[in-house]
Design a protein around this ligand. Structure first.
Ligand code: FE2
Length: 393
């Protein structure tokens, strides 16, 4: 019964019941009561007939500068099976639009809201219900792999168990998502704590690392990060810390909206100088929002923050907001803190999740994590491909 109702709603959603025209737009009323309004310029620009484009590859051959200023239809005709047909003035070009395609691209406020992905925010309580999968499930089929991708999309993080603690396995997991990207630490980076290694990166020292996003000093920091544990400390030191950056920003937004605005408006510079080999710097707001004010990306790194470079009158209010945010990050009520064990792997979105670790005794030489990165584009590409493939089976 419920299924029948859902099917009916789905079909009503894609059934046009009435079409009206005004001087600049086409107004479509749908069988489920929704109304869409499509501007003529938008419709003409998005014609994918074989002359104008190729919807299979999302390619557009028609050029928007060729839409006449006074574009309007000579005729409009529709039928839910054949689609919406428009013959355009003045050149008589003929366009056909599938009702389902139109509904899926409707830019009314409600449909744009529906298409928006809402992340699931979390704090330390996530420890009681970790997004955790067995590696066998992920590598053996589309469903397990999709679960991993959905965890990354929804929680920004996913844990895998049973990834054999040996060299080469990290690369196999990462390549399930996409090609490994070389970072300034190399293609695969061994985080091994020894006195010699501490000279190459702070990650290889025993120092406690406050939660941060990686490589904040790069224009495009690495997107998806993997840590694979080969050997754990045997004294309980070097525990991993993960923090949902979006959860904390949401809190800051509620507690101090003005401070939140400052951190999303003014750029903070991040810089890394190293060994006369690297001198990277970029200036970006800590909080990156989309045009609707939704959180898109966070960039936090106390380690690489450069001196503030902003108008004099902003220095003090900016510091006030920045310190408030940093106090939230330093509050371990928001920390997921755990000891990664050999065979465990964590993958997370570096544009949302902060990571850190507790101090490691330098006398303890056994902790060994391996690290690599994949572009975020592959996460979303794989999500679309797999969702589409599974819906069709
Ligand atoms: Fe890091």
């Amino acid at each position: 019964m419920v299924q029948n109702l859902t099917m009916r709603n789905q079909s009503e959603r894609y059934q046009i019941s009435e079409v009206q025209q005004d001087s600049r737009k086409l107004v479509l009323n749908w069988a489920d009561g929704h109304q869409s309004r499509f501007h003529y310029i938008w419709l003409r620009d998005n014609c994918y007939c074989s002359e104008c484009g190729d919807p299979r590859h999302g390619e557009k051959h028609f050029h928007v500068i060729n839409v006449p200023e006074d574009i309007k239809p000579l005729s409009v005709d529709w039928d839910n099976d054949q689609g919406l047909k428009i013959i355009w003035s003045p050149d008589g070009h003929r366009s056909v639009y599938e009702p389902q395609w139109l509904r899926l691209h409707c830019y009314s406020t409600t449909e744009r809201e529906n298409r928006l992905h809402t992340p699931i925010l979390w704090d330390r309580e996530i420890a009681t219900n970790l997004p955790l999968l067995a590696y066998e499930e992920v590598k053996s089929g589309d469903i397990g792999k999709l679960q991993m991708l959905e965890s990354l999309r929804d929680y920004g993080i996913c844990f895998l168990k049973n990834v054999p603690p040996r060299l080469g396995e990290l690369e196999s997991v990462a390549q399930l998502l996409g090609p490994i990207v070389e970072s300034n630490y190399g293609r695969v980076f061994d985080i091994v704590i020894t006195p010699e290694e501490s000279r190459t990166s702070v990650a290889n020292s025993g120092r406690r690392l406050m939660p941060h996003t990686d490589d904040a000093y790069q224009d495009a920091p690495p997107g998806i990060i993997f840590f694979h544990c080969l050997i754990a400390s045997n004294d309980g030191s070097g525990q991993s810390i993960f923090v949902d950056g979006f959860e904390l920003l949401q809190r800051l937004r509620q507690e101090d909206p003005e401070g939140f605005k400052l951190l999303s408006k003014y750029e903070l510079c991040f810089r890394k100088r190293y060994d006369a080999r690297i001198d990277m710097q970029t200036c970006e707001p800590i909080i990156h929002l989309d045009s609707r004010g939704n959180l898109k990306r966070v960039r936090i790194s106390n380690l690489f923050a450069a001196p503030l470079d902003m108008p004099e009158e902003v220095i003090e209010p900016f510091y006030a907001a920045y310190r408030k945010l940093m106090r939230l990050y330093a509050d371990n009520r928001y920390w997921l803190q755990l000891q990664l064990q050999p065979g465990e792997l964590v993958v997370f979105d570096n544009y949302r999740i902060l990571h850190g670790r507790t101090e490691i005794e330098m006398t303890n030489q056994c902790r060994h994590l391996r690290h690599c990165c994949v572009d975020r584009d592959y996460l979303h590409s794989q999500l679309r491909l797999l969702t589409h493939r599974l819906e069709r089976t």
